[in-house]
Design a protein around this ligand. Structure first.
Ligand code: SF4
Ligand code: SF4
Length: 171
């Protein structure tokens, strides 16, 4: 994907989330905006080619966007816009929207995803973002890598749960 294609793609993706967030109200009041507490050394993973759409100072290695705990909202990375969800492709490339299992320690919405009344527009926009990303081979590969990462996390959880159910108490 060349720079122009990437810039146009991320402009379009970013616009999907103008004024559209997981809840119709500000979910940051639930957790003290727990996902926006960057210390300038940590941050969010970028999607392929996304570094073309963010300031170079915030994307020093082109793979992560550094977060210092505040940003211009209209210039935030895609990972922040779709958090705590992710578009996951099935083997035919169809996109499903899943709560991000990497977010559960941080985000109450991800922990209670089955019980929360999310803004349906937001979920549709995450799906739309996935459909647009899946049209670019590098981005589709990135979605598939993330899907594999999710599967590893689910498998680990299943193992831990099975261990808890069958584990003997120490004497
Ligand atoms: S951690 Fe979750 S609930 Fe809290 S602000 Fe971020 S997305 Fe909203
Ligand atoms: S870049 Fe902005 S939206 Fe993203 S985590 Fe940091 S403060 Fe929050």
């Amino acid at each position: 994907m060349n720079k122009e294609t990437a810039a146009a793609l991320y402009r379009r993706l970013y616009r999907l989330f103008d004024g559209v967030t997981p809840l119709k109200t500000d979910c940051g009041v639930l957790c003290g905006a727990a996902c926006c507490k960057g210390d300038g050394k940590t941050g969010m993973r970028l999607f392929p080619g996304e570094e073309t759409s963010l300031p170079a100072a915030e994307t020093p290695d082109g793979r992560f966007a550094l977060c210092c705990g505040a940003c211009e909202r209209e210039a935030r990375p895609l990972a922040c816009r779709i958090f705590p969800f992710f578009p996951i492709p099935d083997k035919n490339g169809r996109i499903a929207v899943q709560a991000d299992p990497r977010a559960v320690n941080l985000c109450p919405l991800a922990r209670q995803a089955q019980a929360v009344a999310f803004d349906r527009r937001f979920l549709r926009r995450v799906k739309k973002a996935g459909v647009l990303l899946a049209k670019e081979p590098e981005c589709l590969a990135f979605l598939r890598e993330t899907a594999a990462e999710f599967e590893e996390i689910y498998a680990m959880r299943r193992l831990l749960t099975a261990g808890e159910e069958t584990g003997e108490e120490e004497t």
